[in-house]
Design a protein around this ligand. Sequence first.
Ligand SMILES: Cc1cc2nc3c(=O)[nH]c(=O)nc-3n(C[C@H](O)[C@H](O)[C@H](O)COP(=O)(O)OP(=O)(O)OC[C@H]3O[C@@H](n4cnc5c(N)ncnc54)[C@H](O)[C@@H]3O)c2cc1C
Length: 293
Amino acid sequence: MFPAPFEYKRAHSADEAFTLLGLHGGDARVLAGGQSLIPAMRYRLARPAVLVDINPVEEFSYIRETDGELRIGALGRDAALESLAFIAERYRLISDVSRVVADPVVRQMGTVVGSLCHNDPCGDWSVAALASRAQVVVRGSGGARTIPIDEFLVDSYTTAVAEGELALEVRFPTPGARTSGAYSKIERKVGDFATAAAAVQITLAADGTIAEAGVAIGAAGPMAMRVAAAEALLRGAAPSREAVAAAADAARALADPTADTRGSAEFKKDMAGVVVARALASALERLGVEGLR
Ligand SMILES: Cc1cc2nc3c(=O)[nH]c(=O)nc-3n(C[C@H](O)[C@H](O)[C@H](O)COP(=O)(O)OP(=O)(O)OC[C@H]3O[C@@H](n4cnc5c(N)ncnc54)[C@H](O)[C@@H]3O)c2cc1C
């Protein structure tokens, strides 16, 4: 199908993008990688009157470490993350995700910020952002605001970005020496959305117990969800098979997936526990704790 008619506006600078979005308000949609928006327009699930293409805005295209954070601009693409050595070495959770989002062709265009703004219930980046306790910087005519990811993700395909606003960047805390993470995704074939997915970020205390835990699941409800019960039981616990099993059970209890071509609700609920156990065991292995599988 062809999209409904729309006006196409190309922004060449950040200021021009903000002006265009301010001018067209709720009629406008930002075009980033276009990997979700263009298909939605072709199926007429989205009918924006105006598209504001931000691709020429070079100042949005960055991935850098600043003030203890990894900052990914509105045009930071999945493929760029995948190829950066410092991401592979130090941001293990982000590195994992950058290799399993969609397929290599989609990753050439798809952006991390665009994925968060799209907030697909089966999207990968929102799961990782929750486990990492990321923040998103949003800017509109009223100025910029920094929004914790738990408040940024509102509902399926809905975020805290208001009419006329643009998400400028996402900020992931830089993991310290005793922090690591992992992503586990079950997919029917390479390039598919998740049947079940989990992100885990763990910080160990000096005595080897778990000081801090971030645990989130995807494809298990209307949007990615933090498994607060798993985080609470892991905090202060010694890494053990029992702790991994308890975290997996907490994920199963929270998961409320819908049946579709990827599986029954019962199967996906069970897989929510499987992916949490796998991600947790991988994160702990990366911190030197073996034997938890
Ligand atoms: C074949 C295929 C397979 C895929 N598989 C997966 C998968 O396995 N996992 C997964 O997570 N995703 C998958 N995707 C989606 C893909 O990762 C998208 O690239 C991503 O979800 C959206 O990023 P984008 O940059 O393309 O955003 P776009 O499509 O350009 O935009 C998506 C939405 O976000 C809004 N938006 C984008 N950027 C901003 C911004 N800076 N400020 C405000 N609003 C903004 C747009 O207006 C639009 O509403 C797949 C896509 C395809 C085509």
